[in-house]
Design a binder for this molecule. Structure first.
Ligand code: 5GP
Length: 197
């Protein structure tokens, strides 16, 4: 069985990663989304085990000390982490795993899986990001400020990524992202075939 590829999708809060991911999953077969753990409280409509696994701080700390996370980080005052076992099982099954994580987590994963493909999604400009974040209506003005500050800092890390996609228009950005995924999957399949010769 061929192993799958590991993709990391990052970008500031409100940039539209979630929407792009949904389009991507319809267009690229064989993808598997890794559901992260977080200590953040569920937003309205979020269900435990669907968007996230919602843990309290003690449970999260236990997972950290038990070495269950492939990576974890504190983002906007909450803890977020990716379960190692989920990712490894899916890759073994030959599925291509998509992690939607922040830059701190992405750098940890890249160290453990140097072959992973890192994609950073940026807004066309910061005013557009502010508009999208406040339009989403999920954040209080304090957290909105934190998220905008973090966005500026995060964007400086986009240099460490393999690809940077500007989310100016959903359809255009989704097509670009789809092409990146398809071409990286084709590349790895070609190199595996080559290994078999
Ligand atoms: P939100 O609270 O808006 O769902 O997510 C906030 C940020 O946390 C996003 O930038 C998202 O990429 C990041 N994030 C979500 N899950 C994980 C994770 O498992 N690990 C890390 N390091 N960051 C995550």
């Amino acid at each position: 069985m061929k192993k799958g590829r590991l993709f990391i999708l990052s970008g500031p809060s409100g940039v539209g990663k979630g929407t792009l991911r949904h389009v991507l999953f319809k267009r690229v077969p064989g993808l598997s989304y890794s559901i992260s753990c977080t200590t953040r409280k569920p937003r309205e409509g979020e269900i435990d085990g669907v968007q996230y696994r919602f843990l309290d701080e003690r449970e999260f700390e236990y997972y950290v000390s038990a070495g269950k996370f492939l990576e974890w980080a504190r983002v906007h005052d909450h803890l977020y982490g990716t379960l190692r076992s989920d990712v490894e099982t899916e890759l073994e099954k030959g599925r291509h795993v998509v992690l939607e994580i922040d830059v701190q987590g992405a750098l940890q994963v890249k160290e453990k899986f140097p072959d992973s493909i890192m994609v950073f999604v940026v807004p066309p400009d910061l005013e557009e990001l502010e508009k999208r974040l406040s339009g989403r209506g999920t954040e209080k003005s304090e957290t909105l400020k934190t998220r905008l500050l973090n966005a500026k800092e995060e964007i400086t890390f986009s240099r460490s990524y393999d690809y940077v996609v500007v989310n100016d228009k959903i359809e255009r950005a989704a097509s670009e992202l789809t092409e990146i995924f398809k071409s990286e999957i084709r590349k790895s399949e070609r190199s595996k075939d080559h290994d078999l010769l």
